[in-house]
Design a binder for this molecule. Structure first.
Ligand code: ADP
Ligand code: MG
Length: 411
């Protein structure tokens, strides 16, 4: 998978958003202790924004003048980036706004994107402070790639955007239940997995998907780097022009449609949000009330232990769930585990997942498909679905990938 990069303009101006409550509540100390000295050393000017409540970052990026910023950087878990992405896609100028380079620094208990970005550099696995320093280094280096986003439709016709994962069954329950072990940091998933294994459940539902076309070298990505050439002045070419240009010059084969869709986007939070028409239209999806299109594959089983759709390589720092995934491969990596698996076999799967070996152990209950879109209709009246680790409305959901529409500081 050949990734091209572009550079952030230097000196670049970055907004660093920190959730002081994330992880063990030490994100601010991580910033002043580890990241601030790196940014100072690299002469990267930054503005620190400390979030005060949930959706603070989402509201801020929805309203802010983005021309002031060359990159938005999140020091938290995946939840804060989820807010920022959805805020950007709620703007009138979403098409340009979503091209703002985004950086991730692991400060939460779920740092899956940071672990994925680190993995994409082909470096040996890193955790904790080492992972933070690796991501800090990538930020100072300022290379940018494209990032796939997945639009997720919920039962109440809300649409949200996801960069990481959608989970139902075992993984979603672990995600939610392990919130109370937040104080153990990233270990919370391990603790949660062991607890859930003890009370293993079967989840009833229907699953269908649109298989991805067979892989060709054509599918390989195109990218560039943050607008930080050592000689460029801050007033030269706005970042967005730079990125737009590099985009055009590399023959992007995905078109961001200009016509507005009729699909409502609101937030996944429980409080009602204004319905808007922003974001790319979902050309692959039928109405959630209608049957899936004829050419989709409908899974025969209706009894599952888990369904997990991955959009990046890592589900957590130590869960390498989609070994073949890249930031902008244009695929949804769909995994499901059929009912009937023993506790021991499931534990073995999760242990193998730490090194990404779960697909190779020949587990007859595990299925893996690369898809472009999918639909999941849970039949059990109650349960949990998570998107990027955050609980969303429970009920039928469907999703499709939008290849490379966002920008990620990576490299
Ligand atoms: P963690 O990985 O520790 O869960 P996240 O970044 O995922 O860290 O944040 C957890 C939740 O906290 C997210 O839903 C996020 O939107 C929310 N949040 C962001 N800022 C704050 C804040 N200042 N106080 C409380 N919650 C916040
Ligand atoms: Mg989180």
């Amino acid at each position: 998978h050949d990734v091209k990069y572009y550079e952030v303009r230097r000196p670049c101006r970055i907004m660093v958003l920190v959730n002081p409550q994330s992880g063990r509540g030490q994100a601010l100390q991580l910033f002043s202790g580890q990241i601030e000295p790196m940014l100072t050393e690299a002469s990267v000017p930054y503005t620190l924004v400390i979030t005060e409540h949930q959706n603070h970052a989402r509201d801020l990026v929805r309203e802010t003048d983005l021309s002031q910023w060359d990159a938005l950087v999140i020091l938290s878990g995946d939840g804060l980036l989820f807010e920022v992405l959805n805020g950007l896609l709620e703007r009138e100028d979403w098409e340009e706004a979503i091209q703002t380079p985004l950086g991730i620094l692991p400060g939460g208990s779920g740092n899956a994107l940071a672990a994925s970005v680190h993995h994409y550099t082909k470096s040996p696995p890193a955790w904790g402070k080492e992972l933070l320093l690796s991501c800090g280094f990538l930020l100072c280096k300022g290379l940018v790639t494209q990032l796939d986003l997945v639009s997720v439709h919920l039962a109440s016709s809300q649409r949200i955007f996801s960069f990481l994962s959608l989970a139902w069954g075992f993984v979603a329950d672990v995600d939610i239940e392990s919130e109370k072990y937040r104080l153990v940091g990233p270990m919370r998933f391990l603790v949660g997995t062991l607890m859930r294994l003890a009370s293993l459940k079967v989840y009833q539902g229907r699953l269908a998907y649109l298989p991805a076309p067979p892989f060709t070298p054509q599918n390989s990505s195109l990218c560039s780097s943050l607008p930080c050439g050592p000689n460029s002045s801050p007033n030269q070419n706005s970042r967005h022009n730079h990125i737009t240009n590099s985009n055009h010059s590399t023959n992007s084969n995905h078109n961001i449609a200009h016509n507005s869709s009729n699909i409502a986007i609101t937030t996944m939070r429980t409080e009602p949000q204004p319905v808007n028409q922003k974001g790319p239209p979902d050309s692959l999806l039928a109405d959630l009330e209608q049957p899936v299109p004829d050419h989709w594959t409908v899974v025969n089983e209706e009894d599952f232990v888990l369904v997990l759709a991955m959009f990046q390589s890592h589900l957590a720092e130590d869960l390498f769930a989609a070994p073949g995934a890249a930031a902008d491969d244009g695929f949804i990596h769909l995994l499901y585990v059929r009912a009937g698996i023993s506790r021991l076999a499931l534990l073995t799967l999760f242990m193998a997942m730490e090194k990404g070996g779960h697909l190779a152990i020949g587990c007859p209950h595990l299925v893996y498909e690369r898809v472009k879109a999918f639909r999941l209709e849970p039949l059990s009246p109650e349960g949990a679905i998570t998107v990027d680790g955050e609980m969303v409305e429970y009920g039928p959901v469907q999703a499709q990938v939008h290849e490379g529409i966002a920008r990620l500081i990576s490299g």
